[in-house]
Design a protein around this ligand. Structure first.
Ligand code: ADP
Ligand code: MG
Length: 706
């Protein structure tokens, strides 16, 4: 059944799709309708009008997809079973190269004919100076030339592993062509004329056509601009209308009293003076909590800048005014650590602190839940166990979320409903991002920044060592232990190669124990596959100073605070991203002693990896690294950690690169909503479509949290 609005028709009706592929498209890419398909944009384009000669290609061509025309001169198999590979050798009049397949070998082999000419399409790579293409697309020349192309620039679409067996990149392109045939001429533009003219935007139909089938590079640019503009404006319409809704409610809890708890702690327990940044953050929070408007604040500060104590002060302020607080953190280890810190800092001042995690025993849990409900607990620290329905507060006034990027928006939203009025919200992150960007990523937020580290910290010295220097690293570690210091050794753990990674962690641990034997040394180990009690025990041994060395996976990535640890050795450092390396490095340099970060790697490093490690050695400034990270990753790839907690699902705009459009869209949204908050004026009615299209998608992804 065809519906009135063409774009709402099921994708199954598109030529070449049908029920089976339709289901796979929905499952894999969330594409249900023709409209969804149209908004599945290419992530890059290749110039199909250009065919390269093999002899022309060199190591500078490895970034982009290219097209070759060449004849098959031979084929061969190598390896067995899962490790089997299939090579096809092709040549043109300037040279020869190898095409390589690791999967789908049977299927591809049937399609390769000796001596036949093919159009080959893929990404060149070089090994020892020899050109090869891994998993290229191929098509016999006659067929490729006979096909009518919509455009010389062909869009390349992302697919998934599962989808690629039924619809490869080319398959998706073909479906897009048939969808276009159905919908063209039926695309309504929701952008008011006056905005289109003022900002020089092409029509929506023109934009959608050219994003898929660019008629020229210039047209492609205009299409991208228009669609980015739409996306960011749609998001801003949501953010700004939520903001005015929130600030218009005037239902923020009031914390007017700076009372006993706050003052006693501040004047008698606080072991240091606050930095200016910390003071300002406390002031911002205090102002929010007497404004009558619910606080929704992001506290940014580099690793080690001292966010925890700001959180504590805010929670004491809440308690002074008769409100409870909770602090949600992403891992059990972090929860225990925060609990220990808070319990110690508040010891004897009369604030009641408790902890609740997934491993809290039934009896204890019952007691805590009861005390919480009775108002006998002021501060509750915990993991996502805190959002369960059975956790009921008597008067929750403040919610603090540490390491924001680990939580989805929905998880945050669920904490809001734990009191009759929404509690104040403070989210803390070490990921440095500008304000408008932060709002785009996380929703409607005010931002406080703690810049700089507490005084007296020596910058961490970072070195990159190759495997061949391991002995001197071990010597250095012994020296540091002689001086009473402690050491982290971190192994990468990547989901795809989990088994191998645990193996290398185990081997590494065995080797370390051999190099640092009992009774002189004590080595603890902590990783994700261990029982929580054992993890906890290992952490405690290390925290208390009993263990000299902690061998760990990246479970220690966030927040762990052991000031006596002055060395972190990161194994296979090239396998970590820059943001993660920086987080890991932040585990040291927390005391007065000189700290060291040692990045270990093999001799063989890609250009990008060695640039990353070099950057780490050059600077310890998180903001600088974040910028470099973006440069190294290139456009279209926002910092993965920032992305995972995102409130909005961006399809085309990159808030970092498209900052100008972002700012513009914010101004326009504010102007429109100030004049017409509900979008009721006739010229704005159609903008509701845009606003609703980009309403935040609440994610329920708990998988990241361990
Ligand atoms: P992060 O911002 O990474 O969460 P923490 O809150 O864990 O940082 O603080 C890092 C360390 O710095 C802790 O040991 C903390 O006690 C200490 N610290 C925090 N603020 C100050 C300060 N103003 N002066 C000295 N040390 C501080
Ligand atoms: Mg922290």
């Amino acid at each position: 059944m065809m519906t009135k609005n063409m774009l709402d028709n099921s994708i199954m009706y598109a030529q070449g799709v049908g029920e089976v592929r339709g289901k796979v498209l929905e499952r894999e890419l969330g594409i249900r309708t023709m409209g969804d398909m149209l908004y599945h944009f290419p992530f890059r384009y290749i110039d199909r009008s250009r065919t390269y000669k093999i002899g022309e290609l060199n190591e500078n061509n490895t970034a982009a997809y290219i097209q070759l025309r060449a004849r098959v001169i031979g084929k061969s198999f190598a390896g067995e079973g899962r490790k089997q590979r299939f090579s096809v050798y092709v040549a043109d009049d300037t040279g020869r190269c190898e095409l390589l397949w690791f999967r789908g070998i049977k299927w591809i082999e049937k399609r390769i004919e000796q001596n036949r000419e093919y159009i080959i399409f893929g990404r060149p790579s070089f090994f020892r100076g020899e050109l090869s293409l891994v998993h290229p697309e191929i098509e016999v020349v006659e067929k490729a030339l006979s096909r009518k192309m919509e455009s010389g620039l062909q869009g390349i679409y992302s697919t998934t592993e599962k989808l690629s067996t039924t619809l490869g990149a080319k398959g998706i392109y073909n479906v897009m062509c048939s969808v276009w045939g159905v919908v063209k001429g039926h695309i309504n533009d929701y952008m008011p004329e006056y905005i289109r003219h003022r900002y020089g935007l092409i029509t929506l139909e023109e934009a959608l056509y050219n994003i898929h089938f660019p008629q020229s590079p210039e047209k492609l640019k205009q299409a991208q601009y228009r669609l980015k503009f739409d996306e960011l404006l749609g998001i801003q319409l949501n953010i700004q209308s939520r903001r005015s809704e929130r600030t218009g409610r005037h239902d923020g809890f009031l914390f007017p009293r700076v009372g006993n708890l706050f003052n006693t702690f501040y004047h008698t327990k606080l072991p240091f003076t606050l930095t200016d940044g910390q003071k300002q953050a406390v002031r911002d929070i205090r102002n929010d909590c007497i404004s009558g408007i619910q606080m929704n604040r992001l506290l940014q500060g580099d690793v080690g800048s001292g966010k925890t104590v700001v959180a504590l002060l805010a929670m004491l302020l809440a308690a002074d005014n008769g409100f409870q607080s909770c602090m949600m953190v992403p891992t059990e280890i972090l929860a225990r650590q925060h609990y220990a810190t808070l319990a110690k800092m508040t010891d004897g001042i009369g604030a009641r602190v408790a902890i609740l995690t997934g491993t809290t025993k039934t009896k204890e849990r019952r007691e805590i839940l009861e005390a919480l409900d009775n108002g006998e607990i002021d501060i509750l620290v915990g993991t996502h166990a805190l959002i369960e329905d059975r956790v009921q507060f008597s008067n929750l006034g403040l919610v603090i979320i540490d390491e924001q990027h680990r939580f989805g928006v929905e998880q945050r939203a669920r904490l809001w409903t734990k009191n009759s009025q929404p509690p104040h919200i403070l989210v803390m992150t070490a990921t440095p991002i500008p304000r408008t960007l932060a709002m785009t990523l996380y929703g409607d937020l005010d931002v406080s920044i703690i810049s700089g580290l507490p005084p007296g910290r020596l910058p961490i010295k970072t070195y990159h060592y190759l495997e061949s220097r391991r002995l001197s690293v071990i010597r250095f570690m012994r020296e540091q232990i002689e001086r009473g210091r402690q050491i982290y050794i971190v192994y990468p753990l990547i989901k795809e190669s989990e088994k191998m990674d645990y193996l290398s962690l185990q081997e590494g641990f065995d080797a370390i124990v051999r190099d640092f034997p009992l009774p002189k040394y004590r080595v603890a180990v902590c990783h994700g596959q261990m029982k929580p009690e054992l993890k906890q025990q290992a952490m405690e041994e290390f925290k208390s100073g009993q263990a000299n060395i902690l061998v760990a996976t990246s479970v220690i990535e966030v927040g762990v605070d052991v000031p006596n640890a002055t060395v972190i050795v990161i194994e296979s450092a090239d396998r970590f991203g820059l943001a993660q390396l920086h987080q890991l490095r932040g585990r040291v340099g927390r005391g007065k002693e000189q700290s060291y970060c040692i990045l270990m790697s093999d001799e063989k490093l890609s250009k990008e990896s060695s640039k990353r490690l070099e950057a780490m050695c050059q600077t310890s400034d998180g903001f600088e690294l974040a910028e470099l990270d973006l440069k190294l990753r290139g456009a279209g790839d926002i910092n993965g950690t920032a992305q995972s907690g995102m409130a909005f699902d961006l399809k085309i705009a990159n808030p970092t690169y498209d900052n100008q459009i972002l700012q513009l869209s914010q101004q326009i949204a504010i102007a429109i909503l100030t004049a017409d908050n509900a979008l009721e004026h006739s010229e704005h009615l159609s903008l509701r479509t845009l606003r609703d299209r980009y309403a935040p998608e609440y994610k329920t992804d708990f998988s990241e949290i361990s």
